[in-house]
Design a protein around this ligand. Structure first.
Ligand SMILES: NC(=O)c1ccc[n+]([C@@H]2O[C@H](COP(=O)([O-])OP(=O)(O)OC[C@H]3O[C@@H](n4cnc5c(N)ncnc54)[C@H](OP(=O)(O)O)[C@@H]3O)[C@@H](O)[C@H]2O)c1
Length: 171
């Protein structure tokens, strides 16, 4: 369940990046867009030329008041997960935002995976032994059931598959 190393992704998998982009950008209603919620460290891990992530409303969580990225267009800063979710569910955002994706890192995933509002988990399962320093908990299979798993993809000598879990019961 490793997801990060030294403030970066521990692997280079362009197909995974493409999948992430398509998944988080895709909407069923034209004119709407999705929001991506991330921790301050994940925001900082995105190369400056790629942030904010295009075509999505970027929501950055931070508790430290000193962090200032408010000048960036298409970026919101929130002090907690619940305030971010409340903000996105209220006007005007609820009119233009279709889906909300939590995109890491470890601290944020640990909170979101246990939240009752989390109804789907998309995991790229990488079949390799790679050193990591940031981890997420195992998916709780008493709450989430595997719903889809792709055929394995091989890229850069690494085998991986895209798996989706859906919430199947309220705990
Ligand atoms: N494989 C993946 O899917 C994936 C995805 C994303 C990131 N990553 C990797 O994960 C690592 C980063 O993860 P991380 O756990 O170190 O950091 P993180 O979760 O990205 O960010 C942690 C920061 O977010 C803020 N924060 C956390 N919980 C909060 C809350 N409830 N309310 C408000 N702010 C909150 C705090 O910012 P302040 O200190 O400013 O208060 C905290 O220091 C990197 O290696 C990155 O590459 C992997």
């Amino acid at each position: 369940m490793g997801i990060g190393k030294d403030g970066k992704l521990p692997w280079k998998l362009p197909s995974d990046m493409k999948f992430f982009k398509e998944l988080t950008m895709g909407t069923s209603e034209p004119g709407k867009k999705n929001a991506v919620i991330m921790g301050r460290k994940t925001w900082e891990s995105i190369p400056s030329e790629y942030r904010p992530l295009a075509g999505r409303l970027n929501v950055v969580l931070t508790r430290s008041g000193s962090f200032d990225i408010a000048t960036a267009e298409n970026v919101l800063i929130c002090g907690s997960m619940s305030s971010a979710v409340e903000l996105l569910a209220s006007s005007p955002y609820c009119l233009s935002i279709e889906k909300v994706f939590v995109i890491g890192g470890g601290e944020i995933y640990r909170e979101a995976l246990n939240a009752p509002q989390c109804d789907t988990i998309h995991i790229t399962e990488i079949d390799a032994s790679i050193e990591c320093d940031t981890f997420i908990p195992m998916v709780d299979t008493s709450v989430f059931q595997p719903w889809y798993s792709s055929f394995p993809v091989v890229e850069n000598n690494t085998r991986f598959a895209f798996t989706t879990y859906v919430r199947s019961e309220c705990k």
